[in-house]
Design a binder for this molecule. Sequence first.
Ligand SMILES: [Mn+2]
Length: 309
Amino acid sequence: MEKGSLMASHAKLEGSRPFKSAADLISSAPAWLDLPEPRGFRPKRRLRTVWISDVHLGTRGCNAPMLLDFLAAIECETLYLVGDIVDGWRLSKGWYWPDAHNEVIRRILKMAHRGTRVILIAGNHDEMLRPYAGMSFGGVELALETIHETADGRRLLVTHGDGFDGVVLYARWLAFLGDKAYSLLLRANVLFNIARRHLKMPYWSLSAYLKKKVKNAVQFVCDFEEAVAHAARDIGVDGVVCGHIHCAEIRQIGDVTYYNDGDWVESCTALAEEFDGSMSIIDWAEDTRRAAAVKAALKPIPQLEEQPA
Ligand SMILES: [Mn+2]
């Protein structure tokens, strides 16, 4: 190659990459926000509103890969993050932050960048965000609680729900059990599911299962739901959406509809509103299990073909 043409091509390269000043770099959004989506074969499920909570980023119990899979499969107008998204309590005791947890944040910021309205309600594990209520960061609005209006005109209070712990008698028992036994149970759940993965079995929550079996826990959940519903009725709303107790539910309590979007530590659930205002719980662990079962059923069994006559 001649010297002249090399210099010309070099000049061309320079031209296509104009020098950015420091001010330019600060004011422009990070480049990854505009990167194209990796196109999968799955069409995205379109929803009006999605609520998720209790992701507990920064803890080993957080099911970030499962949540990433879910967020990649949906598209919504409004996304509510109903508290305990980042676990500040755990992070203050020791730093745990794998790549998948970064990826969750990036995915949410990307959704905000592409037009989804993202509202983050502070919970008790991310209470350090509470002083920033009313502000917005990277397109994510911070709030303590808010009112959501459904497509069919119902007004729902959206709150994390930890404020009702004190109202509930069993909460003291749960708080005592809280950090020690419960985190041990969550750790057992993580180990249990690592073993299941090695056996090529899909995710199944041991801790969610055990919690349903313990009578006191069941009573606590029931009392909590009623306390939240009564508070919502006093405010005069048609329903309430919360998280906090890691127990997804849709239940009519008097004239108030109680919604809980569950969690991404144990059950991997979200709450969704369709464009006609109808609402349902998406059980992503169950959906994933079903998809895996269908895939396994469709696969031919090699042993049968190879067996001698
Ligand atoms: Mn909570």
